[in-house]
Write a protein that binds this ligand. Structure first.
Ligand SMILES: NC(=O)c1ccc[n+]([C@@H]2O[C@H](COP(=O)([O-])OP(=O)(O)OC[C@H]3O[C@@H](n4cnc5c(N)ncnc54)[C@H](O)[C@@H]3O)[C@@H](O)[C@H]2O)c1
Length: 346
């Protein structure tokens, strides 16, 4: 028999970690229905929880989405987001409790937390409810959200839930014109860092249709499909995702093959966020693999300058990578290690 009928488990969940998930799952086995309450005050959070960290504030919609996904197989667990104005006083909790009670709409008989000292608040706010303290010593997951915000997600990867991890995956994009060594570098880096990668979709597209003639509608299709693969691979990534090309490169190909740029590709480029841009200089030997068209050295240089111009126009901070294959790899590794150490490059 359940210990209680209607349970409540609340927090700010900045960020959601396995300690929270473990508490929620245990609580869900003790009551007939459990309500997870995400209390938020985004202005206050920005000022008091994220300032001075390398982490960007996490919108409450994002937290709601994580909790929805985490509880999707538990029909008796409901998730709510509650605005709770923060001033650092107990009155914040009073106002929050009113919103919590009205959102649940039923008598709350069990309140869960991992903090014994919250008991004094709960006695006043939920006088008829029992307070069940779960893992007060944080033995299962000895970590706090504050520590993760301060030290960064990379360091605490193993205790970040799998539905939350894609949000924190660091995206490293490798750009350059044809035969600049992008695909080899991307695969080598992915294997070195034991993670996933995204291939240049344009190549697969033309291989699949067996055509060498490009038409206007190919390029938006390539850009969208490429984005889809980025999303999919981010779910499998181990901290880092290596990506071969992006929408500016697709724009460059539109210009190179059709003679003009397409505004829709600019819109896709506007939405992109990468943590590190590696720009490969065309100083390695041209390799004709049967799919390439611009081997002449002067054309190669002109194309290279055009692509750089596209990135410069957008104010993108890229890192030029040149030299032989070993020099390129070592330079890339140095920069990628910086990403793992939460260095901000863009
Ligand atoms: N108004 C209310 O009635 C009410 C009720 C509950 C919570 N709240 C809000 O939530 C806040 C309290 O939550 P918080 O700041 O502690 O939030 P939090 O998001 O850091 O933690 C949420 C809960 O998870 C527990 N927890 C944290 N790390 C854990 C770990 N490693 N292992 C196991 N459990 C762990 C916490 O003790 C807390 O009970 C309050 O400041 C208040 O704003 C309000």
């Amino acid at each position: 028999m359940a210990i209680g009928k209607v349970g409540m488990y609340g927090g700010k969940f900045l960020i959601v970690h396995q300690g929270h998930v473990s508490a929620m799952i245990r609580a869900s086995t003790m009551v007939e229905e459990l309500h997870v309450m995400i209390t938020h005050d985004e202005e206050y959070e920005k000022e008091f929880y994220f300032k001075g960290t390398t982490m960007k504030p996490i919108p409450f919609h994002q937290r709601l989405r994580w909790w929805n996904e985490l509880t999707k197989d538990l029909p008796h667990v409901k998730v709510h987001a509650i605005s709770e104005k923060q001033t650092g006083e107990f009155s914040d909790w009073e106002q929050g409790a009113e919103s919590i009670k009205s959102a649940i709409g039923k008598e709350i008989d069990t309140v869960f937390s991992s903090e014994p000292e919250y008991g004094r608040h709960f006695e006043k706010l939920y006088p008829n409810a029992q307070h069940i303290v779960l893992d007060a010593e944080r033995r299962t997951y000895p970590v706090s959200a504050t520590q993760i915000r301060e030290e960064g997600a990379m360091k605490h990867w193993a205790i970040i839930p799998h539905v939350v991890q894609p949000y924190f995956v660091r995206k490293i994009v490798v750009v350059g014109t044809e035969s600049s060594g992008k695909s080899t570098l991307v695969k080598n880096l992915a294997n070195l860092y034991n993670t996933s990668y995204v291939e240049e979709y344009g190549r697969t597209f033309y291989e699949d249709i067996g055509a060498e003639i490009a038409i206007e509608s190919d390029f938006p299709k390539i850009a969208f499909e490429h984005k889809y693969h980025e999303e999919e691979q981010a779910k499998r990534a181990n901290k880092l995702l290596f990506i071969d090309t992006e929408a500016n490169v697709t724009q460059y190909f539109s210009w190179a093959y059709l003679g003009y740029e397409q505004p829709i590709l600019d819109h896709v480029a506007d939405l992109q966020r990468y943590d590190l841009w590696l720009f490969l200089e065309p100083d390695v030997e041209w390799v004709d693999d049967g799919m390439r068209s611009f081997g002449d050295p002067s054309v190669r240089q002109k194309n290279h300058a055009y692509l750089k111009g596209l990135l410069d126009k957008r104010g993108i901070r890229y890192h030029s990578i040149n030299g032989d294959y070993n020099e390129r790899l070592e330079k890339a590794i140095e920069l990628v290690d910086g990403v793992l150490e939460e260095k901000l490059y863009s």
